[in-house]
Design a binder for this molecule. Structure first.
Ligand SMILES: Cc1cc2nc3c(=O)[nH]c(=O)nc-3n(C[C@H](O)[C@H](O)[C@H](O)COP(=O)(O)O)c2cc1C
Length: 203
């Protein structure tokens, strides 16, 4: 039996399209895999910016770590451990300013660690994971849309996850969510459109 780690990012709770889609994905995943689901909610997790003690801890051998360094990399150790322990990962995130929200960038900074998630020769050490990324976007960045190339979020996540060995990556772009916020459609009617993509990704 496989397990799934769901990484949630949006602070918008019930108004969040990425959370609505993540819930649908998780239900489908559970009915086809029946495994355990763990949730890491970055909107309620303290993910500090990288500090000097963090850099010391991440770039020196454990026997040289001061208590301050150990404490600074504790979150990083925890986030990496849960990543390595899972078979599948779902990242559900908003697009902010054409990229990802700062808290998800901070998660990336903690999770990309030389000697732990990638080797000094840039070989990924988090292999064999299937990852789905749902990006809720206010605008439309689908193939052929005028602003397609402005979507930095997809390319960035593909790059950083690829570095740690995650290459089985399926990105679902869910936009334009502006139609929900402007009341032209409901969150459920909007999400319904992504059912086939979610079904395929969760199978
Ligand atoms: C700070 C901020 C920046 C945003 N930047 C963009 C953007 O660059 N492009 C875009 O299409 N939508 C942008 N949006 C809209 C969100 O991507 C959209 O509301 C999305 O549905 C948020 O995800 P959620 O519904 O899961 O919270 C932004 C929203 C906020 C709050």
């Amino acid at each position: 039996m496989s397990n799934l780690l769901v990484i949630e990012v949006s602070p918008r709770g019930p108004y969040s399209v990425s959370r609505n889609l993540a819930k649908r994905f998780t239900e489908k995943w559970q009915s086809s895999h029946g495994g355990d689901v763990a949730v890491r909610d970055l909107s309620t997790t303290d993910v500090p910016y990288i500090s000097l003690p963090w850099i010391g801890g991440a770039f020196t051998p454990p026997e040289q770590h001061s208590p301050e360094m150990v404490e600074a990399i504790r979150v990083s150790d925890e986030l990496i451990a849960e990543l390595k322990a899972t078979d599948e990962i779902l990242i559900a995130t908003p697009m902010y300013n054409f990229s990802i929200p700062a808290v998800l960038k901070s998660w990336v900074d903690h999770v990309l660690r030389v000697g732990v998630t990638f080797s000094p020769s840039y070989e990924g050490l988090v292999t064999g994971k299937k990852v789905t990324v749902i990006i809720a976007t206010g605008g439309d960045f689908s193939p052929g849309a005028p602003f397609e190339s402005a979507n930095v979020a997809s390319a960035y996540l593909r790059q950083v996850l690829g570095l740690i060995g995650i290459t089985d990556l399926n990105i679902i772009l869910a936009g334009p969510t502006l139609t929900v916020d402007q009341g032209q459609t409901t969150i459920d009617d909007f999400s319904e459109r992504f059912e086939p993509a979610l079904e395929a990704a969760a199978s």
